[in-house]
Design a protein around this ligand. Structure first.
Ligand code: CUA
Length: 333
């Protein structure tokens, strides 16, 4: 009995210490959504249970090692114990109760963070190798996920090719993007902290998976409304329109506009350049070559680059949109 009381006190003290240590670790980034609260609370509760179980095992083990150490000269056997129904019932019932309680808490939290507000702002999220695009009401497409603060947003997440996963760690929630029109997935987020974050892809999706990111900006409602209004007007400048299509159709996921190397050749300075093809031939990059490169990406590959561009992208674009893209590429000297 004396030993049990000693161990009990040690387990309690170790639990408090380990729990405090775990709490002090920066395990999660800043919380920036209403959904983060219940998720972090559940996480915190799990850490407390983990601290207790860790202490239970470690304290009993170390206590036995030290206190019940074999005395010098004592070669006798330990006491033989044949089961204990009371303890066995207890260590079956107690963990079962804890697991069921956590299942209940998990289900309750899931229901809470998935509850859709009828006033929610709806944004369509399209993932493709290797870019994110965001479509807003009023035919606005953006490569940045702009969101008004303290208003619920309902994301409708889909993919054009393989499975990706939408994840903003500060919002805590995560959702796979699955190809197929019938597989559009919902994700509810209520951003409650103005600031800049990043969407990451959390599902291995090929060459550029690690760089498949998109900026997130949570802003004041007035600022968001002004941005949406401005974007809903189609620009008259072909270069500005080209930028819009480059975002909308995900071109910038693989082609940079600033000369840096990525999956595909950068668009900066490429117009008018003589490029060496994979087969050793030389091609001058002009309108005709660019149209062919967009509509039949595999026809002439620039040396050093793989055949990774979606073969059907040309069918998604109108001839005018292709002209706007060429105007954009031409402008990037
Ligand atoms: Cu998309 Cu990983």
């Amino acid at each position: 009995m004396k030993h049990l009381i000693a161990v009990g006190i040690l387990v309690a003290l170790t639990t408090l210490g380990v729990a405090a240590g775990l709490r002090a670790l920066p395990l999660a980034p800043i919380a920036a959504s209403a959904q983060a609260g219940p998720i972090d609370a559940l996480f915190g509760l799990h850490l407390q249970v983990i601290a207790f179980l860790f202490s239970l095992i470690i304290v009993f083990m170390l206590y036995s090692l030290v206190v019940f150490r074999r005395k010098p000269g004592d070669a006798s056997d330990g006491k033989h114990i044949e089961g204990h129904t009371g303890i066995e019932v207890l260590w079956t019932i107690v963990p079962l109760g804890i697991v069921l309680y956590f299942a209940y808490l998990g289900a309750q939290t899931l229901a809470e963070i998935r509850r859709v507000d009828p006033q929610a702002l709806q944004v369509k999220v399209t993932a493709r190798q290797w870019a994110w695009t965001f479509e807003y009401p009023g035919d606005v497409t953006s490569g940045t996920l702009n969101l008004p603060v303290n208003r619920q947003v309902l994301l409708k997440i889909t993919s054009k090719d393989v499975i990706h996963s939408f994840w903003v760690p500060e919002f805590r929630v995560k959702q796979d993007a699955v190809p197929g029109d019938k597989m559009v997935k919902d994700l509810v987020i209520t951003p409650d902290r103005i600031g800049e974050y990043k969407v990451r892809c959390a599902e291995m999706c090929g060459t550029n998976h690690a760089y498949m990111e998109a900026p997130v900006a949570v802003m004041a409602t007035a600022q968001f409304d002004a941005w949406l209004k401005q974007e809903s007007e189609t620009p008259t400048d072909p270069v500005a329109r080209g930028r819009r299509w480059a975002t909308k159709f995900g071109c910038i996921g693989c082609h940079t506009l600033d000369g840096s190397k990525s999956v595909g050749p950068s668009w900066q300075g490429v117009y008018g350049k003589t490029e060496e093809m994979a087969d050793g031939s030389k091609v001058v990059v002009d309108d005709a070559y660019l149209i062919e490169a967009i509509t039949q990406p595999a026809a002439k590959l620039v040396k050093g680059y793989g055949n990774l561009m979606p073969a059907t992208i040309g069918a998604d674009l109108t001839a005018d949109q292709i002209q706007d893209l060429i105007a954009l590429i031409r402008s990037l000297k």
